[in-house]
Ligand binder design. Sequence first.
Ligand code: XUL
Ligand code: CO
Length: 604
Amino acid sequence: MEFELDAFSPEILNGINCSSLPPHKLVLKVGAPVMLLRNIDQTNGVYNGTRMQVRRMGNHVIECKTLTGNKAGSIVLIPRLNLISNNETLPVALSRVTSKDGLRVLLQDHGHLEDNCTMNVFENIKLIVSEDSIELLFNSCLLQIDQNENLGNIFAPSLLTSLHLCSDREGEFFPGINKIKYEGPSSKNPLSFKWYNAEEEILGKKMKDWFRFSVAFWHTFRGTGADPFGAPTKHWPWEDGTNSVKMAKRRMRANFEFINKLGIDLWCFHDRDIAPDGESLEEANANLDEVVALAKELQTQEKKKVLWGTAQLFMHPRYMHGAATSSELGVYAYAATQVKKAMEVYFHIIYIYVFWGGREGYQSLLNTDMERELNHLARFFEAAVAYKKKIGFNGTLLIEPKPQEPTKHQYDWDAATTSNFLRKYGLIGEFKLNIECNHATLSGHSCHHELETARINGLLGNIDANTGDPQVGWDTDQFLVDIQEATMIMLSVVRNGGIAPGGFNFDAKLRRESMDVEDLFIAHIIGMDTMARGLKNVAKLVEDGALAELVRKRYQSFDTKIGAQIEAGKADFDFLEKKVKEWGEPKVASAKQELAEMILQSAL
Ligand code: XUL
Ligand code: CO
């Protein structure tokens, strides 16, 4: 019999057109009456048997007017879905699901499923079982499964026997990855440090104390790999696709395991990336309280601390015109309230509070009162200083300059602009700067330039260690892997005598195409190794002394009595004119730039 059935080719079967079967090919025209053969949205009257009239044909949907049912006369969109799954094991019933109400799952052996477990049913489907619910994640959308429903549409029972059971990730998030150790430059193990040796002493300080490395929570734990042209690429195994407080807490545990395994003691975050925003300020604050309480507990237990924390004043649409520089008074007040809450709850867990003004700037000067906005920004910072003092928070306040992106022009353009702003408004003693390397290059400077500008103004507070791509003009936030750049950065840090209580925060993300959990480790390892090489190179330069000598010699004409008079501001123009007449044409020495470059290279 089977053999005989096989003898009919699909072409012949498709050609059968009889009254009891729907035709193989349905040609629709505008105005044609049709009947739906599947349940799409029963509550809205779009179900198996609904008669409709076609109004318009789109590439992906058909617009129809319903003729029968409880919502007759309404306009509905019917998706033109392919009913045949191209994943052989993916049940057709599931592939048809367009809303969570439409899903039915037969949990034949639910008795065997442990509570609090997550199962990867397929690549894009996860089943999460907890005490009071069973949830299904389908392409990261949460579908709640009602166990009491009549199990009509079926998940093939055989699938359940092949489910891979795993824990709810309250324990180990990075199984198989041990604590990263220093193995030296000859090691070929990607999960080892080749240069960063935490306890090794360089120029009188342990490496770990020069760097005070930190993991940026937003990139490492909230980065999805999405870009303006493409969907998320990262699906970390501990994520359940929700933005719940429960998920936020699990992610926090993952963060502590991650920094522990990397041998890092610090991390950085925004309020809204550690805890979900809420429908109201009260709800958002309650979420933050709950997650921070866990972070505090874990910090104490693991002896970790936050390098810097901040409030996210750029993501929510309310901040579209700015936060402290918004044209709307209510937004200014909301931003103040958010910073106030952040300061209160971070108080005991952070070293530094950072202000980054992604929306503090303008898109057009035609509709902008720049003077007023800058005055508002200064008032906002003054109020933050006052509040910090009021509550007795004695951490450092930093401003992180960035010239643009997302705003066309950001007021904290670069280190020089920001220090001028601080001076103008009498805030210079209250704030320092958080220099980010990719922001430096966006402003047309090198990171070394920005660090030197901050350093000579006594404003170097912290470094957001990352880099851009020389061929790309935006903030790509890559892990810094250029040994020469790292050496220049460390020249400034060593000249500054270190940056504690600041440190090096990896404000850097994996490339979109790197999606393995292991990549998170590798990226931080190479970032840490690169900075360690930079430090070691600076130690060589310091011991060698040739570069410092070159610079000293270059200015030696000022190491004289008259040079000292000039530097002390005691040489007026009449005096200098008298000297020029006495000396005649000055001799000018070579700048020795290539020699300086040769000396630097000998240390790399
Ligand atoms: C944006 C940036 C931010 C800040 C914190 O370019 O660097 O992540 O570091 O808001
Ligand atoms: Co940054």
